[in-house]
Ligand binder design. Structure first.
Ligand code: TRP
Length: 450
Protein backbone atom coordinates (compact mmCIF):
# COMPACT_ATOMS: atom_id res chain seq x y z
CA UNK A 1 0.00 0.00 0.00
CA UNK A 2 1.32 3.46 -0.83
CA UNK A 3 1.33 6.52 1.39
CA UNK A 4 -1.57 7.86 -0.57
CA UNK A 5 -3.71 4.88 0.14
CA UNK A 6 -2.79 5.18 3.79
CA UNK A 7 -4.05 8.67 3.92
CA UNK A 8 -7.25 7.80 2.19
CA UNK A 9 -8.15 5.28 4.88
CA UNK A 10 -10.99 6.42 7.01
CA UNK A 11 -9.66 7.62 10.36
CA UNK A 12 -10.74 9.02 13.67
CA UNK A 13 -10.95 12.78 13.75
CA UNK A 14 -9.80 13.37 17.29
CA UNK A 15 -8.32 11.70 20.29
CA UNK A 16 -11.64 11.71 22.09
CA UNK A 17 -13.06 10.11 18.96
CA UNK A 18 -10.82 7.07 19.17
CA UNK A 19 -11.12 6.76 22.93
CA UNK A 20 -14.87 6.99 22.63
CA UNK A 21 -14.95 4.43 19.86
CA UNK A 22 -12.59 1.98 21.56
CA UNK A 23 -14.40 2.44 24.86
CA UNK A 24 -17.64 1.99 22.95
CA UNK A 25 -16.32 -1.30 21.68
CA UNK A 26 -15.20 -2.34 25.13
CA UNK A 27 -18.24 -1.23 27.11
CA UNK A 28 -21.18 -3.40 26.26
CA UNK A 29 -23.11 -6.46 27.28
CA UNK A 30 -19.81 -7.88 28.43
CA UNK A 31 -19.79 -5.40 31.30
CA UNK A 32 -23.42 -5.23 32.24
CA UNK A 33 -24.63 -8.71 31.40
CA UNK A 34 -21.68 -11.08 31.14
CA UNK A 35 -19.55 -9.73 33.99
CA UNK A 36 -22.22 -10.26 36.69
CA UNK A 37 -23.01 -13.72 35.27
CA UNK A 38 -19.37 -14.79 35.37
CA UNK A 39 -18.74 -13.24 38.77
CA UNK A 40 -21.87 -14.91 40.09
CA UNK A 41 -20.85 -18.30 38.78
CA UNK A 42 -17.29 -18.01 40.02
CA UNK A 43 -17.59 -17.04 43.63
CA UNK A 44 -18.02 -13.25 43.51
CA UNK A 45 -15.19 -11.56 45.39
CA UNK A 46 -12.53 -14.10 44.44
CA UNK A 47 -13.45 -13.64 40.80
CA UNK A 48 -13.42 -9.84 41.03
CA UNK A 49 -9.98 -9.83 42.58
CA UNK A 50 -8.49 -12.10 39.91
CA UNK A 51 -10.34 -10.16 37.25
CA UNK A 52 -8.89 -6.81 38.33
CA UNK A 53 -5.40 -8.25 38.49
CA UNK A 54 -5.71 -9.72 35.00
CA UNK A 55 -7.12 -6.51 33.52
CA UNK A 56 -4.19 -4.56 34.91
CA UNK A 57 -1.34 -6.94 34.19
CA UNK A 58 -2.57 -8.71 31.05
CA UNK A 59 -5.42 -6.65 29.63
CA UNK A 60 -3.63 -3.32 29.25
CA UNK A 61 -0.46 -4.76 27.63
CA UNK A 62 -2.53 -6.82 25.21
CA UNK A 63 -4.65 -3.84 24.26
CA UNK A 64 -1.56 -1.72 23.77
CA UNK A 65 -0.01 -4.44 21.62
CA UNK A 66 -3.06 -4.50 19.38
CA UNK A 67 -3.00 -0.71 19.01
CA UNK A 68 0.71 -0.87 18.15
CA UNK A 69 0.23 -3.52 15.48
CA UNK A 70 -2.77 -1.75 14.00
CA UNK A 71 -1.33 1.71 13.85
CA UNK A 72 2.04 0.53 12.58
CA UNK A 73 0.58 -1.61 9.81
CA UNK A 74 -2.50 0.46 8.94
CA UNK A 75 -4.45 -2.65 7.99
CA UNK A 76 -7.07 -5.13 9.06
CA UNK A 77 -5.75 -7.89 11.37
CA UNK A 78 -4.79 -10.31 8.61
CA UNK A 79 -3.15 -7.67 6.43
CA UNK A 80 -1.45 -6.15 9.48
CA UNK A 81 0.41 -9.33 10.39
CA UNK A 82 1.26 -9.88 6.73
CA UNK A 83 2.66 -6.35 6.44
CA UNK A 84 4.75 -6.61 9.61
CA UNK A 85 5.88 -10.21 9.15
CA UNK A 86 5.86 -11.01 5.44
CA UNK A 87 6.08 -14.64 4.35
CA UNK A 88 5.33 -16.00 7.81
CA UNK A 89 2.44 -17.82 9.45
CA UNK A 90 1.51 -14.75 11.56
CA UNK A 91 -1.39 -13.69 9.33
CA UNK A 92 -3.13 -16.82 10.62
CA UNK A 93 -3.46 -15.04 13.96
CA UNK A 94 -5.34 -12.27 12.21
CA UNK A 95 -7.45 -14.82 10.45
CA UNK A 96 -8.26 -16.52 13.73
CA UNK A 97 -9.42 -13.12 14.96
CA UNK A 98 -11.79 -12.67 12.06
CA UNK A 99 -13.18 -16.14 12.70
CA UNK A 100 -13.53 -15.31 16.39
CA UNK A 101 -15.39 -12.09 15.54
CA UNK A 102 -17.89 -14.14 13.57
CA UNK A 103 -18.53 -16.52 16.48
CA UNK A 104 -18.66 -13.77 19.08
CA UNK A 105 -21.04 -11.66 17.08
CA UNK A 106 -23.33 -14.61 16.45
CA UNK A 107 -24.19 -15.12 20.09
CA UNK A 108 -23.63 -11.52 21.13
CA UNK A 109 -26.38 -10.48 18.74
CA UNK A 110 -28.76 -12.85 20.52
CA UNK A 111 -28.38 -11.00 23.81
CA UNK A 112 -28.35 -7.67 21.96
CA UNK A 113 -31.76 -8.64 20.60
CA UNK A 114 -33.03 -9.15 24.16
CA UNK A 115 -32.28 -5.51 24.92
CA UNK A 116 -34.71 -4.55 22.15
CA UNK A 117 -37.39 -6.87 23.52
CA UNK A 118 -36.87 -5.27 26.92
CA UNK A 119 -37.19 -1.76 25.49
CA UNK A 120 -40.57 -2.77 24.13
CA UNK A 121 -41.55 -4.36 27.46
CA UNK A 122 -40.39 -1.25 29.30
CA UNK A 123 -42.37 1.10 27.08
CA UNK A 124 -45.44 -1.12 27.49
CA UNK A 125 -45.04 -0.87 31.28
CA UNK A 126 -44.79 -4.62 31.41
CA UNK A 127 -42.93 -4.95 34.69
CA UNK A 128 -44.75 -2.56 36.96
CA UNK A 129 -46.20 -4.18 40.03
CA UNK A 130 -45.13 -7.69 39.05
CA UNK A 131 -43.71 -10.18 41.52
CA UNK A 132 -40.33 -11.78 40.87
CA UNK A 133 -41.96 -15.06 39.85
CA UNK A 134 -43.94 -13.35 37.10
CA UNK A 135 -40.91 -11.47 35.79
CA UNK A 136 -38.92 -14.72 35.73
CA UNK A 137 -41.74 -16.51 33.94
CA UNK A 138 -41.94 -13.77 31.29
CA UNK A 139 -38.22 -14.07 30.67
CA UNK A 140 -38.28 -17.82 30.17
CA UNK A 141 -41.45 -17.57 28.05
CA UNK A 142 -39.60 -15.12 25.85
CA UNK A 143 -36.65 -17.54 25.62
CA UNK A 144 -38.99 -20.23 24.41
CA UNK A 145 -40.27 -18.07 21.57
CA UNK A 146 -37.34 -18.83 19.32
CA UNK A 147 -38.68 -16.87 16.37
CA UNK A 148 -39.09 -13.73 18.45
CA UNK A 149 -35.48 -13.94 19.59
CA UNK A 150 -34.40 -14.39 16.00
CA UNK A 151 -36.49 -11.44 14.91
CA UNK A 152 -34.85 -9.07 17.40
CA UNK A 153 -31.45 -10.54 16.62
CA UNK A 154 -32.00 -9.85 12.92
CA UNK A 155 -33.07 -6.29 13.66
CA UNK A 156 -29.92 -5.82 15.70
CA UNK A 157 -27.62 -7.23 13.05
CA UNK A 158 -29.32 -5.00 10.53
CA UNK A 159 -28.74 -1.93 12.73
CA UNK A 160 -25.08 -2.88 13.12
CA UNK A 161 -24.70 -3.38 9.40
CA UNK A 162 -26.35 -0.04 8.77
CA UNK A 163 -23.80 1.84 10.88
CA UNK A 164 -20.83 -0.05 9.48
CA UNK A 165 -22.17 0.41 5.96
CA UNK A 166 -21.85 4.16 6.35
CA UNK A 167 -18.14 4.15 7.17
CA UNK A 168 -15.98 4.22 10.28
CA UNK A 169 -15.77 7.86 11.11
CA UNK A 170 -19.29 9.02 10.50
CA UNK A 171 -20.71 5.82 11.82
CA UNK A 172 -18.92 5.08 15.04
CA UNK A 173 -17.54 8.31 16.34
CA UNK A 174 -20.77 10.21 16.36
CA UNK A 175 -22.74 7.70 18.40
CA UNK A 176 -20.29 6.80 21.15
CA UNK A 177 -19.28 10.18 22.51
CA UNK A 178 -22.37 11.38 24.33
CA UNK A 179 -24.21 8.22 25.19
CA UNK A 180 -21.64 6.23 27.13
CA UNK A 181 -21.21 8.85 29.87
CA UNK A 182 -24.98 8.86 30.16
CA UNK A 183 -24.96 5.11 30.69
CA UNK A 184 -22.39 5.56 33.42
CA UNK A 185 -24.58 8.13 35.13
CA UNK A 186 -27.63 5.91 35.11
CA UNK A 187 -25.59 3.01 36.49
CA UNK A 188 -24.52 5.20 39.39
CA UNK A 189 -28.15 6.08 40.13
CA UNK A 190 -29.10 2.41 39.97
CA UNK A 191 -26.17 1.45 42.19
CA UNK A 192 -27.32 3.87 44.89
CA UNK A 193 -30.82 2.45 44.69
CA UNK A 194 -29.61 -1.13 44.76
CA UNK A 195 -27.47 -0.52 47.84
CA UNK A 196 -30.42 0.96 49.69
CA UNK A 197 -32.56 -2.17 49.30
CA UNK A 198 -33.13 -4.44 52.31
CA UNK A 199 -30.41 -7.04 52.69
CA UNK A 200 -28.24 -5.33 50.07
CA UNK A 201 -25.17 -5.73 52.26
CA UNK A 202 -25.08 -9.43 51.60
CA UNK A 203 -24.78 -8.91 47.85
CA UNK A 204 -22.19 -6.23 48.36
CA UNK A 205 -20.15 -8.61 50.48
CA UNK A 206 -20.54 -11.34 47.88
CA UNK A 207 -18.91 -9.07 45.29
CA UNK A 208 -16.19 -7.53 47.42
CA UNK A 209 -15.25 -10.15 49.95
CA UNK A 210 -12.59 -12.36 48.39
CA UNK A 211 -12.37 -15.90 49.69
CA UNK A 212 -8.98 -17.00 48.40
CA UNK A 213 -9.82 -20.68 48.70
CA UNK A 214 -12.34 -20.13 45.92
CA UNK A 215 -9.66 -19.25 43.35
CA UNK A 216 -9.56 -22.34 41.16
CA UNK A 217 -8.32 -23.00 37.65
CA UNK A 218 -11.82 -22.43 36.39
CA UNK A 219 -12.03 -19.06 38.13
CA UNK A 220 -8.70 -18.04 36.58
CA UNK A 221 -9.62 -18.95 33.01
CA UNK A 222 -13.10 -17.46 33.39
CA UNK A 223 -11.60 -14.21 34.64
CA UNK A 224 -9.08 -14.19 31.80
CA UNK A 225 -11.80 -14.85 29.24
CA UNK A 226 -14.03 -12.20 30.78
CA UNK A 227 -11.23 -9.64 30.94
CA UNK A 228 -10.34 -10.09 27.27
CA UNK A 229 -13.97 -10.22 26.27
CA UNK A 230 -14.78 -7.06 28.16
CA UNK A 231 -11.76 -5.13 26.88
CA UNK A 232 -12.39 -6.35 23.32
CA UNK A 233 -8.88 -7.76 23.05
CA UNK A 234 -7.51 -11.01 21.68
CA UNK A 235 -9.03 -11.05 18.23
CA UNK A 236 -7.87 -7.98 16.40
CA UNK A 237 -10.81 -5.63 16.94
CA UNK A 238 -8.36 -3.16 18.40
CA UNK A 239 -5.82 -3.86 15.66
CA UNK A 240 -8.50 -2.67 13.30
CA UNK A 241 -9.27 0.36 15.49
CA UNK A 242 -5.57 0.96 16.06
CA UNK A 243 -5.16 1.30 12.32
CA UNK A 244 -7.43 4.32 12.47
CA UNK A 245 -5.64 6.03 15.37
CA UNK A 246 -3.87 9.27 14.59
CA UNK A 247 -0.06 9.11 14.43
CA UNK A 248 0.18 11.80 17.14
CA UNK A 249 -2.04 10.13 19.69
CA UNK A 250 -0.52 8.55 22.77
CA UNK A 251 -1.22 4.83 22.52
CA UNK A 252 -0.33 4.02 26.12
CA UNK A 253 -2.64 6.60 27.69
CA UNK A 254 -5.36 5.68 25.21
CA UNK A 255 -5.17 2.04 26.29
CA UNK A 256 -5.19 3.13 29.92
CA UNK A 257 -8.27 5.35 29.55
CA UNK A 258 -10.20 2.70 27.67
CA UNK A 259 -9.34 0.04 30.23
CA UNK A 260 -10.25 2.22 33.18
CA UNK A 261 -13.62 3.22 31.77
CA UNK A 262 -14.44 -0.36 30.85
CA UNK A 263 -13.52 -1.68 34.28
CA UNK A 264 -15.40 1.06 36.06
CA UNK A 265 -18.58 0.16 34.19
CA UNK A 266 -18.18 -3.56 34.94
CA UNK A 267 -17.63 -3.04 38.66
CA UNK A 268 -20.55 -0.61 38.77
CA UNK A 269 -22.74 -3.17 37.06
CA UNK A 270 -21.75 -5.60 39.80
CA UNK A 271 -22.69 -3.02 42.43
CA UNK A 272 -26.07 -2.62 40.75
CA UNK A 273 -26.82 -6.30 40.27
CA UNK A 274 -25.59 -8.21 43.33
CA UNK A 275 -27.03 -6.19 46.22
CA UNK A 276 -30.40 -6.11 44.42
CA UNK A 277 -30.27 -9.78 43.43
CA UNK A 278 -29.56 -10.83 47.02
CA UNK A 279 -32.28 -8.53 48.22
CA UNK A 280 -34.87 -10.06 45.89
CA UNK A 281 -33.68 -13.62 46.48
CA UNK A 282 -32.25 -14.17 42.98
CA UNK A 283 -29.32 -16.62 43.03
CA UNK A 284 -25.97 -15.19 41.90
CA UNK A 285 -25.60 -18.31 39.76
CA UNK A 286 -28.85 -17.65 37.90
CA UNK A 287 -26.99 -17.00 34.62
CA UNK A 288 -29.01 -15.19 31.95
CA UNK A 289 -31.80 -14.37 34.38
CA UNK A 290 -29.47 -12.78 36.92
CA UNK A 291 -29.33 -9.48 35.06
CA UNK A 292 -32.50 -9.58 33.00
CA UNK A 293 -34.71 -10.37 36.00
CA UNK A 294 -32.93 -8.29 38.61
CA UNK A 295 -33.01 -5.03 36.65
CA UNK A 296 -36.79 -4.84 36.12
CA UNK A 297 -37.22 -5.64 39.81
CA UNK A 298 -35.03 -2.66 40.73
CA UNK A 299 -36.99 -0.34 38.46
CA UNK A 300 -40.18 -1.64 40.03
CA UNK A 301 -39.08 -0.30 43.37
CA UNK A 302 -37.95 3.09 42.11
CA UNK A 303 -39.54 6.49 41.92
CA UNK A 304 -39.85 7.14 38.20
CA UNK A 305 -38.88 3.53 37.54
CA UNK A 306 -40.93 3.50 34.37
CA UNK A 307 -38.78 6.14 32.71
CA UNK A 308 -35.49 4.92 34.15
CA UNK A 309 -36.25 1.48 32.81
CA UNK A 310 -36.84 2.72 29.28
CA UNK A 311 -33.76 4.95 29.28
CA UNK A 312 -31.64 2.16 30.73
CA UNK A 313 -32.54 -0.46 28.16
CA UNK A 314 -32.17 2.05 25.32
CA UNK A 315 -28.67 2.89 26.56
CA UNK A 316 -27.86 -0.78 27.03
CA UNK A 317 -28.93 -1.45 23.45
CA UNK A 318 -26.68 1.38 22.28
CA UNK A 319 -23.78 0.09 24.36
CA UNK A 320 -24.31 -3.27 22.71
CA UNK A 321 -24.46 -1.61 19.31
CA UNK A 322 -21.11 0.16 19.68
CA UNK A 323 -19.67 -3.27 20.52
CA UNK A 324 -21.33 -5.17 17.69
CA UNK A 325 -20.11 -2.46 15.33
CA UNK A 326 -16.51 -3.20 16.31
CA UNK A 327 -17.02 -6.92 15.82
CA UNK A 328 -18.62 -6.53 12.41
CA UNK A 329 -15.96 -3.98 11.49
CA UNK A 330 -13.27 -6.65 11.93
CA UNK A 331 -14.97 -8.90 9.43
CA UNK A 332 -15.77 -6.07 7.03
CA UNK A 333 -12.27 -4.57 7.06
CA UNK A 334 -10.87 -8.04 6.38
CA UNK A 335 -13.25 -8.88 3.54
CA UNK A 336 -13.01 -5.47 1.92
CA UNK A 337 -9.22 -5.16 2.04
CA UNK A 338 -8.19 -8.75 1.50
CA UNK A 339 -10.78 -9.86 -1.04
CA UNK A 340 -10.79 -6.38 -2.57
CA UNK A 341 -14.55 -6.05 -2.58
CA UNK A 342 -16.43 -2.87 -1.71
CA UNK A 343 -17.15 -2.05 1.93
CA UNK A 344 -20.83 -2.22 1.18
CA UNK A 345 -20.71 -5.72 -0.24
CA UNK A 346 -18.40 -6.78 2.58
CA UNK A 347 -20.93 -5.47 5.10
CA UNK A 348 -23.76 -7.40 3.52
CA UNK A 349 -21.73 -10.63 3.41
CA UNK A 350 -20.47 -10.34 6.99
CA UNK A 351 -23.96 -9.55 8.32
CA UNK A 352 -25.46 -12.49 6.46
CA UNK A 353 -22.79 -14.88 7.76
CA UNK A 354 -23.42 -13.65 11.30
CA UNK A 355 -27.14 -14.11 11.03
CA UNK A 356 -26.79 -17.67 9.75
CA UNK A 357 -24.76 -18.83 12.76
CA UNK A 358 -26.61 -16.46 15.08
CA UNK A 359 -30.00 -18.03 14.41
CA UNK A 360 -28.72 -21.34 15.77
CA UNK A 361 -27.31 -19.59 18.82
CA UNK A 362 -30.68 -17.99 19.54
CA UNK A 363 -32.70 -21.13 18.91
CA UNK A 364 -30.41 -23.11 21.18
CA UNK A 365 -31.84 -21.29 24.20
CA UNK A 366 -35.43 -22.44 23.79
CA UNK A 367 -36.50 -25.13 26.26
CA UNK A 368 -36.88 -27.90 23.68
CA UNK A 369 -33.81 -27.07 21.65
CA UNK A 370 -31.91 -29.53 19.51
CA UNK A 371 -28.91 -27.29 19.12
CA UNK A 372 -26.65 -28.47 21.89
CA UNK A 373 -22.94 -29.18 22.16
CA UNK A 374 -22.11 -31.67 24.86
CA UNK A 375 -24.97 -31.01 27.21
CA UNK A 376 -24.96 -27.26 26.85
CA UNK A 377 -26.85 -25.02 24.42
CA UNK A 378 -24.88 -24.05 21.32
CA UNK A 379 -25.07 -20.46 22.66
CA UNK A 380 -22.94 -21.41 25.68
CA UNK A 381 -20.60 -23.47 23.53
CA UNK A 382 -19.92 -20.56 21.17
CA UNK A 383 -19.38 -18.24 24.12
CA UNK A 384 -17.01 -20.63 25.88
CA UNK A 385 -15.03 -21.45 22.74
CA UNK A 386 -14.54 -17.85 21.67
CA UNK A 387 -14.06 -16.20 25.07
CA UNK A 388 -12.13 -18.82 27.00
CA UNK A 389 -10.16 -20.41 24.17
CA UNK A 390 -9.80 -18.19 21.10
CA UNK A 391 -9.34 -14.87 22.92
CA UNK A 392 -6.62 -16.11 25.31
CA UNK A 393 -4.76 -17.78 22.43
CA UNK A 394 -5.17 -14.69 20.27
CA UNK A 395 -4.04 -12.41 23.09
CA UNK A 396 -1.06 -14.61 23.83
CA UNK A 397 0.08 -14.64 20.21
CA UNK A 398 -0.43 -10.88 19.97
CA UNK A 399 1.87 -10.07 22.89
CA UNK A 400 4.40 -12.66 21.73
CA UNK A 401 4.42 -11.06 18.30
CA UNK A 402 4.95 -7.54 19.62
CA UNK A 403 7.43 -8.61 22.30
CA UNK A 404 9.53 -11.02 20.28
CA UNK A 405 8.98 -10.63 16.55
CA UNK A 406 8.14 -7.06 15.73
CA UNK A 407 11.50 -5.73 16.79
CA UNK A 408 12.46 -3.33 19.56
CA UNK A 409 12.98 -0.38 17.24
CA UNK A 410 9.52 -0.58 15.77
CA UNK A 411 8.02 -1.10 19.23
CA UNK A 412 9.70 1.94 20.80
CA UNK A 413 9.08 3.97 17.65
CA UNK A 414 5.38 3.27 17.72
CA UNK A 415 4.81 3.66 21.44
CA UNK A 416 6.71 6.99 21.60
CA UNK A 417 5.34 8.32 18.30
CA UNK A 418 8.82 8.09 16.78
CA UNK A 419 10.49 9.75 19.75
CA UNK A 420 8.04 12.60 20.20
CA UNK A 421 6.77 11.29 23.53
CA UNK A 422 8.98 10.84 26.54
CA UNK A 423 7.58 7.64 27.91
CA UNK A 424 9.49 6.76 31.05
CA UNK A 425 7.72 3.46 31.42
CA UNK A 426 8.51 2.17 27.96
CA UNK A 427 11.15 -0.30 29.10
CA UNK A 428 8.85 -1.68 31.78
CA UNK A 429 6.01 -1.95 29.29
CA UNK A 430 8.18 -3.93 26.89
CA UNK A 431 9.28 -6.21 29.71
CA UNK A 432 5.67 -6.96 30.63
CA UNK A 433 4.69 -7.56 27.02
CA UNK A 434 7.71 -9.73 26.37
CA UNK A 435 7.88 -11.89 29.49
CA UNK A 436 5.14 -11.42 32.05
CA UNK A 437 2.05 -11.35 29.87
CA UNK A 438 2.88 -14.39 27.71
CA UNK A 439 3.93 -16.52 30.68
CA UNK A 440 0.86 -15.68 32.73
CA UNK A 441 -1.64 -16.12 29.90
CA UNK A 442 -0.07 -19.44 28.95
CA UNK A 443 0.01 -20.58 32.58
CA UNK A 444 -3.67 -19.82 33.17
CA UNK A 445 -4.64 -21.42 29.91
CA UNK A 446 -2.61 -24.60 30.33
CA UNK A 447 -3.61 -24.97 33.96
CA UNK A 448 -7.23 -24.98 32.84
CA UNK A 449 -7.10 -27.40 29.89
CA UNK A 450 -4.77 -29.97 31.34
N1 TRP B 1 -16.13 -5.87 24.75
C1 TRP B 1 -17.49 -5.97 24.34
C2 TRP B 1 -18.35 -6.08 25.57
O1 TRP B 1 -17.84 -6.10 26.65
C3 TRP B 1 -17.71 -7.10 23.37
C4 TRP B 1 -16.77 -7.02 22.23
C5 TRP B 1 -16.77 -6.11 21.25
C6 TRP B 1 -15.65 -7.83 22.01
N2 TRP B 1 -15.71 -6.31 20.42
C7 TRP B 1 -15.01 -7.36 20.87
C8 TRP B 1 -15.13 -8.89 22.69
C9 TRP B 1 -13.85 -7.93 20.43
C10 TRP B 1 -13.96 -9.46 22.25
C11 TRP B 1 -13.31 -9.01 21.14
O2 TRP B 1 -19.53 -6.16 25.49
Amino acid sequence: MTENQHRSRDGFGSKIGIIAAAAGSAVGLGNIYRFPCEAGNNGGGAFLLVYLFIVLVLGIPTMLSEFIIGRKAQRNPVGAFRALAPKSAWPLVGFMGVFCAWILLSFYSTVSGWTLEYIVKAVGNDFQGKELAAIERDFSDFHNLGWRNVMWQSVFIFLTGFVVFNGVKKGIERYSKILMPLLLLILIILGVKSLSLPNAGEGFRFLFHADFSKITGKVLISALGQAFFSLSVGMGALITYGSYINKNDNLATTALSVTLSDTLVAVLAGVVIFPAAFSFGIQPTAGTGLVFNTLPMIFNQMQGGYFFCIIFFVLLAIAALTSTISLLEVMVAYLAEELRITRKLATVLASAATLILGVFASLSLTGDTKFVVGRRPLFDGLDFFSSNILLPIGGLLTVVFVGWFMGKRKFFGEITNEGQLKLKMKGVILFIIKYIAPVLIAAIFINCIR
